[in-house]
Design a protein. Structure first.
Length: 320
């Protein structure tokens, strides 16, 4: 597995990193589906073991993935896997608890302490603010920043991160938050990381960057022929493209084109979708959800940079 230096952290992490959102299983936030259906604990544990064996050493989780379930599964691995071998990232911010705002300092502390217990570690490698919703007129921004920086002073995290689905929102707060790493939504169909100028800022300031949803929850692989109905508690039920017949047809066509272009590669579709993203960062990794051992083994074959011409060709396919 190719390794990258994650920006100014100077940490060497696998270019393909392990996203563990699905390990939390089906989950609801009020009436909103926020989890993944069809996951079992054995598959999750087997995936983690195989990831370690194959050199995928960056594991990403969050306090709200299954309300701590994802973190707990990771924490149970240390009898088998040396903790020092793994770069762990977790996040705070999507659990309000009894409070009206997302970033109540006392609740942030309560959740971080719970995360450390779940992960069975005294210190995580990277701790993110999970989103950039800091309340009306950013009234909770200073609390969020001062609290997470205090955690770093206390030795509960080595590095700080900022995450959001919107590149514009990250760019708005990046100077005041001063993160070591940003985690941002980016794939060949949604190119806002570049058009928003966030890429330029990251490159100029040597920040680490982690791209999440690189295959848009599986949609971009072209495996769906017809609109899909997902179980309650599965967040994909809120992704409108899964119901768009025109888009599904286009993605099926693209799948065939990728298979032809990269036919000498194992899993040519993923080679195109994932490896083309490395054109966009020298200090970045791709967070790929890997729900079982088989998916980890497939992921381990990825992570190399495509030739620039190939990467540009792939991206052009997904301009709708």
């Amino acid at each position: 597995m190719r390794k990258v230096i994650l920006g100014r952290t100077n940490c060497e992490v696998s270019s393909i990193s392990l996203g563990t959102w699905a390990f939390g299983g089906e989950s609801m936030n009020g009436k909103m589906a926020v989890g993944w259906a069809g996951q079992n604990k054995k598959d999750s544990s087997d995936a983690l073991t195989r990831a370690w064996e194959l050199g995928i050493n960056h594991w990403d989780t969050a306090d709200v993935y299954g309300n701590g379930k994802s973190e707990s599964i990771i924490g149970e691995m240390w009898p088998k896997i040396p903790r020092k071998d793994i770069f762990i990232a977790t996040k705070l911010g999507w659990d309000k608890g009894p409070h009206k705002n997302w970033y109540n300092p006392n609740h942030m502390r309560k959740n971080l302490e719970r995360s450390l217990v779940n992960l069975k570690t005294n210190c995580v490698d990277l701790l993110y603010l999970h989103h950039c919703n800091f309340g009306e007129n950013d009234m909770y921004l200073n609390d969020a920043i001062s609290t997470i920086k205090q955690f770093q002073i206390e030795g509960k995290t080595k590095y700080l991160g900022l995450s959001d689905w919107s590149s514009e929102r990250v760019l708005k707060y990046i100077k005041i938050c001063d993160p070591d790493v940003v985690q941002i939504y980016h794939n060949v169909m949604d190119n806002n990381y570049i058009t928003s100028e966030l890429k330029n800022y990251v490159d100029k300031n040597n920040l680490g960057v982690c791209f999440f949803s690189p295959i848009k929850h599986g949609l971009l692989t072209g495996k769906y022929k017809n609109p899909v109905k997902f179980n309650d508690g599965d967040h994909r039920s809120r992704v409108k493209e899964f119901q768009d017949v025109k888009i599904l047809k286009k993605l099926r066509k693209n799948k065939t084109l990728l298979e032809e272009r990269f036919k000498k590669k194992k899993n040519p579709v993923m080679q195109g979708l994932i490896n083309s993203l490395f054109l966009d960062s020298d200090t970045g990794c791709v967070l790929l959800g890997q729900r079982n051992k088989k998916q980890v083994e497939m992921a381990s074959l990825l992570g190399e940079k495509l030739a620039p011409d190939d990467a540009k060709w792939v991206k052009k396919l997904y301009k709708f």
